[in-house]
Design a protein around this ligand. Structure first.
Ligand code: ADP
Length: 184
């Protein structure tokens, strides 16, 4: 299950899978503000990345305090195939009138800007905020894909490929449909 499109000479890929197995320069973690492992995609990334990821995240937390919604930081990928993990905090869904779309777009943008500044060529995102944070996936997918498209159309620097690694067929179909809405 895979869908690819070219944007300004760069590649956007939607696929179904487990982001901890993704062979890219950087995978994005949907982190909590404390940068602790937690559950969901974050638990899986910390588990598979191992103590190097968890310890570096804890050190960053000690040095700079809690991560605000929409911010991003980078650590080693530890034992993951990816060299780096970019940790960002998406918004909790409170009904959509508390700035959720702007905050979600900011989280994606922060990761992409960090990737650009670190000469990262390939980056993979999970569906940020659509698990325990409760953001409706149809809406989140639209925000995510619009933000990535704008980034790729502007000046993506070294970034050549952006992947969305969706955990279920339903999530993949939601992103696929959102892309058709945006592109159509
Ligand atoms: P959030 O707090 O951002 O809502 P979650 O981890 O609860 O984070 O869920 C975000 C999304 O990540 C959900 O759609 C969930 O199904 C998905 N997910 C969970 N584990 C993985 C994984 N290993 N690879 C890719 N996506 C995953």
């Amino acid at each position: 299950m895979r869908f690819e499109v070219e944007i300004g000479g760069r590649r956007l890929v939607l696929k179904r899978g487990d982001i901890t197995a993704e062979e890219v320069d950087a995978v994005v973690n949907s982190a909590n503000p404390e940068l602790t492992p937690g559950g969901g995609v974050s638990g899986a990334i910390h588990r598979r990345g191992g103590p190097a990821v968890t310890e570096e995240a804890a050190r960053i937390r000690r040095e700079r305090g809690r991560l605000k919604t929409g911010e991003a930081v980078i650590t080693t990928g530890g034992n993951l195939p990816a060299k780096w993990v970019i940790h960002t905090v998406g918004p909790v869904w409170h009904g959509g009138k508390k700035g959720e779309p702007e905050l979600l777009a900011k989280a994606y943008r922060s990761c992409l800007e960090l990737a650009k500044s670190r000469s990262i060529k390939t980056i993979a995102f999970p569906s940020i905020s659509t698990g325990v944070y409760g953001y409706p996936i149809d809406q989140a997918a639209g925000v995510a894909l619009r933000t990535v498209r704008e980034f790729l159309e502007a000046d993506p620097g070294p970034v050549e490929e952006v992947h969305f690694v969706l955990f279920s067929e339903k999530d993949f179909e939601a992103y696929r449909a959102a892309w058709e809405r945006i592109a159509g």
